[in-house]
Write a protein that binds this ligand. Sequence first.
Ligand code: TYM
Length: 322
Amino acid sequence: GVTRLSGITPSGQVQLGNYLGAIRRWARDNTSGDLYFVSDLHAMTVPHNPAKLRALTRQQLAVLVAAGLPTEALFVQSDLVRELGALTWLLECTCSYGEASRMTQFKEKSNSSTGFRLGLLTYPVLMAADILAQGATEVPVGDDQRQHVELARALARRFNGAYGEVFVIPEATLPPNGARIRDLAEPSRKMSKSAADTSGILSVLDSPDLLRRKISRAVTDNMSRVEYRPDEQRGVANLLDILAACTGTCATDAARDIESYAELKGAVADAVVETLRPVRERTEEILADPAELDRLRAAGAERARQRCAHRLNSALRLAGVG
Ligand code: TYM
């Protein structure tokens, strides 16, 4: 059968792109046995604040519950740190340095910082461990994560070939329309939780007022025409993509009957506020009951640990250790 697995990194507040591009889809497509997790260990590849990371991890878990994912499908990555640490080592000794250093995300992030953490290089190997530990067949991710899933595939094949069949070969599944939500203030780049300037980032937990203010200041252009032309009108196209995703139409249809940029921004603001309202309200309720959140987190950890134990022990044994 199919087992889906995917993760989200608590490197900042969950943003609209994560919700529309990933979380909402996970909740819609979810079937029994699928797994979704908060990849808090991945948030440590760049300088981080421990208290903030802990708080964001809880918040992210609460958002996943609020979005309608069944609690038995959820866990937090660091609750499996011992298992994943062991498997990451086996896979680091299966991966070549060249392979890891060719990852696009690594090249981009290591270029823009000096003295980056070694974990930034080995991050995709930990991601492969996440996937292979749970025996996932499908990994629903955005285009930005596809290369990492390809690496997981290559490592699984190589390990199986060298030591014996133990890992399931996973496959990346991409969202059908591939819509990538962009930063409102700088539409040339994707909306990202870890961006330093949050004026163009719509957070799932922003108040309706704040959402409206950010949308009203979104960058457009001086062409004064509301048409879906991503190459010529990136900012306007991004607003139409958001409107379409929130209202369940396509961007070209969403553009129809809208006369001005002011009208477009008003429609986007209404749609975003209404789309996020239930998730935000439910997240707040969940965070108000920390004992219940702790309980479901512990149960999820136990299930995920049990699920990977046998595979991990076999892999260690086949590699001649453990
Ligand atoms: P992360 O936290 O960067 O992103 C979580 C999911 O959201 C998608 N996404 C977007 N979709 C549309 N528009 C955007 N602007 C946008 N920004 C992000 C991402 O494609 C992703 O699906 N390394 C992973 C987490 C991870 C993981 C894994 C995933 C760790 N281990 C194992 C799958 C399997 C990450 O940082 O995702």
